[in-house]
Design a protein around this ligand. Structure first.
Ligand SMILES: [Zn+2]
Length: 182
């Protein structure tokens, strides 16, 4: 199905008139929605249309948490897995709560609330843990500078990286490297 100007207007206006007639997926997030979904408007060139939710799923898209295109609630546990998958794959990018909310089609405050309720920590805390663990591996397996490693794990601010590393592991990155690198 080709996306016409008329359909694009419906998606842009969160109009309900095409709900249950067609669904759209966003290539960059691999999430599909009802035309009326209030999530942030995707770029038109990233949008594909589907005749049914099943078609969207068959093409590898996941139902949006917000507009529930399958008429089913996406279980929180499934949503958490999706959040973790994004954190694990994209930890080196600027992943603010707002950005996570955008990628997962939920409000950022609700996303934080659900994540904390189920995992006991916030998404940002989990992201920090992933970054520090990756940094540790980098320290032990490369000779790259601390600032290069900080940058690589998504923490461009080196002094801040050193401070947080020390808080977590009780020694500076340099000291940690001297102690454990063979
Ligand atoms: Zn949606």
């Amino acid at each position: 199905m080709k996306i016409t100007d008329e359909i694009w207007e419906v998606i842009k206006d969160n109009d309900k008139k095409l709900d249950n007639k067609l669904w759209y997926g966003v290539a960059t997030t691999k999430i599909f929605c009802r035309p009326s979904c209030v999530s942030r408007l995707p770029k038109r060139e990233n949008v594909s249309l589907f005749d049914s939710p099943n078609q969207a799923q068959n093409e590898g898209y996941r139902p949006c948490k917000r507009c529930r295109p399958m008429d089913r609630i996406v279980p929180n546990e499934v949503w958490i897995e999706e959040i973790d998958a994004i954190l694990n794959e994209h930890y080196d990018e600027a992943l603010s709560l707002e950005e996570l909310g955008y990628r997962l089609h939920g409000s950022s405050s609700y996303l934080r609330h659900v994540y904390k309720k189920i995992k006991g920590i916030t998404p940002q805390q989990q992201l920090m843990t992933i970054r520090l663990e990756k940094a540790k591996v980098n320290l032990l397996t490369s000779n790259d500078s601390i600032s290069e490693i900080a940058q690589r794990v998504g923490m461009a601010n080196t002094p801040y990286f050193i401070k947080v590393f020390r808080q977590h592991y009780g020694s500076s990155p340099n000291h940690y490297r001297k102690k454990y690198k063979k």
